[in-house]
Design a protein around this ligand. Sequence first.
Ligand SMILES: [Zn+2]
Length: 320
Amino acid sequence: MPIPGNPLGYTLVYAIESPRGPVLVDAGWNHPDAWLALRDGLGSAGMDVRDVRGVVVTHFHPDHAGLAGQVREESGAWIAMHEADAALVGLMNELQDREHRSFHADMLKRAGADAVEVEEVTAHRPRPPAPPDRELRDGDLVDLPGRELRVIWTPGHTPGHVCLHLRDADRLFTGDHVLPGITPHVGVYPYDRVDVDPLGDFLLSLEKVAELGALETLPAHEWTFPGSAERAMEIHAHHEEKLLSLAALLAEEREPLTIWEIAGRMTWNRPWADLSPQMRGMAAGEAAAHLRTLEVRGVISRTAGSDPVRFALRPESLSP
Ligand SMILES: [Zn+2]
């Protein structure tokens, strides 16, 4: 299903047959073109959107959960997602626009963004996804009559991201967790949180998927491929390298740096100066996630009482 105006291009939505109607894995972006693609795609497989039994959302992002609400209206389907993402969706639906804006603005200021950047990043707010009817936990079986579709909780890209293991067909739906050519965004929000370690969670979730063995992989973007375990460990190695180069970067600095300064010195898919304000906000989240993991591992520390928050290599990490 197309994601209009987005470089990712499309979301791969899967329909799993059952005697009591198909269950969808993800539902695509909320846009009329995507809706037509869903209706026609199901039609070409001999299915009707009005017969959909349920939608399992791998995570709450709009290119996955976007149309779940409309499918539910059309067919009476249930929507299921992991309880951790369901809690976030609940919060998003409660938060007023003004509260949402000030929450983001405060977070950006504490990371060292300037006033213009804060203004540009907080200008747009995406529509929150439809709240689910069912909440999933690790190991649950999805309500798919006659088949075995098990929930594998894989936090990292979001706190409640799940992969789905179709045991009777040796297939793994990986959402954004394991993609063949790109790696998903892993960030910390707010950037200066100390109660979570999303990248640490993500690395463990990659190991968890690798332990399932080499399965036919059905991701939410790009293309399907064999060998989920190998690709999962490749992504794992990519982040370990990124952690090493971030520690090396901090080893060269005399003064502690803000998250914004560190993000500006890291390597992205294009120069920092060419990144849009939204992309800088995401890059800072990704930088913050790597910083947090290095901090949890005892490699770096944050300067006590600093505002904006500043990070430096721990002196003992400098010795060989
Ligand atoms: Zn996503």
